[in-house]
Design a binder for this molecule. Sequence first.
Ligand code: FRU
Length: 476
Amino acid sequence: MELQHVPHYRPHLHFAPSKNWMNDPNGMVYFAGEYHLFFQHNPYDSIWGPMHWGHAVSTNLIEWEELDIALYPDELGTVFSGSCVVDWENTSGLFTNKPGLVAIFTHHKDGQDGQPPKQSQSIAYSTDKGRTWIKYENNPILTDDTKIDFRDPKVFWNETDARWVMVVAAGQSVSFYSSPNLLDWQFESEFGEGSGSHEGVWECPDLFKMAVEPTKEEKWVLLVSIGDNPRYEKGSRTQYFTGSFDGSIFVPDHTHVKWLDHGKDNYAGVSFSDIPKQDGRRIYIGWMSNWRYANHVPTGHWRSQMTIPRELSLKNINGESLVRQQPVREFDDYVKKVTDFHKQRIEKDQAFTHDIKKPFFEAEFTVSGANPFTITLHHTDIQHTVMTFAEGVLQVDRSQSGDVSFSENFSHIQEVVTSRADKLKLRMIVDSSSLELFINDGEQALTCLLYPDNACTSISISSNDAIVHDGYLSTP
Ligand code: FRU
């Protein structure tokens, strides 16, 4: 039980701003050997406030260097969420002899004298690999006077039609627009009514195409985050749709809700733009928090961290196309296997315990048995995080995990119904203040924050009868 207590719960392997407030990941793009992560940022305080775009870069998706603020508020308003693209062919005419970055974001202007706020889409461009930005002189480039919530544009180049597509959140739906040049946009269609969850305002959409494993069939995936609504228990979270998109209209395969993550702390996530074709991955990062308590988490002078970057894939499971996620392979370079677990029988009163001697770790266990079993992360003598598996349902109880005093909601049980009742393959990444679970090869994910007084000092498995078939522990 000696491990060092991490001051202010600062993570080792997750991106967090050096100081002050952060929310959504923005403008994630790969360009000239660098991954860019911009983020919603209030540089004056550790609570949400006037939004800027903070900026960090990485060459390996794990180690980030925070750079100067990229976008500042101006007379059109503060700078809400959005995306970045590389304008390879200079369709915008904003560049001269080499391709550059274009950021497409929402300008948010508070209303005066009781008037509603105004949200419109604007652009900025950079000719020096994102280090400095010029706002386009004719901003905004897209307005809609009928909509109050009109934000978070995600733009991509649609090869089939050789034009840009924008998906933007509009109330409880998303709108699609097209453009030849990133400057002039034409409305195409709207999607949302009667589909998926409408428990809150729709935010931060993303749209991309993926092959459905194990076939070569391609489908489009539409991610939509849903804002916090005090009437519902879960707070803010993210759903997704699978379907078809002809460059103009999105047609879903289903109307029921598919959640991207079953934990409380993964919101507003979107994917990188311009990952090279030879790489071909769809890489995603989410904001590891929940609007229900994001402003109150006990981290002090910095607030909020991102998930580990994850590779998304689409798999046909029992006739349904499901988004799977796993940490990007670059993560593997930061841990190495220290222990293998094989064929370990766990019987009543014989918990299997393993000490952890490093401040963060990754572990995976494949456990089976007809009886329920429990995997516990021990932080201190009285603080622990408990994962219980019974009849195919995995529950995570963080009510005794450390500081939970800042929100009554934080202690509620999180759960996920897995695809098998007799067996669970559970991969976990445990950092100073988070637990990310990847269930059955990433078929499902459950992401949650923790604020223990110590890192995890040991992990144990207990049951009346269960078998650990396989597993490993990896540490730095
Ligand atoms: C999502 C969100 C976005 C908005 C931004 C403001 O978390 O509400 O819809 O652009 O945060 O910071």
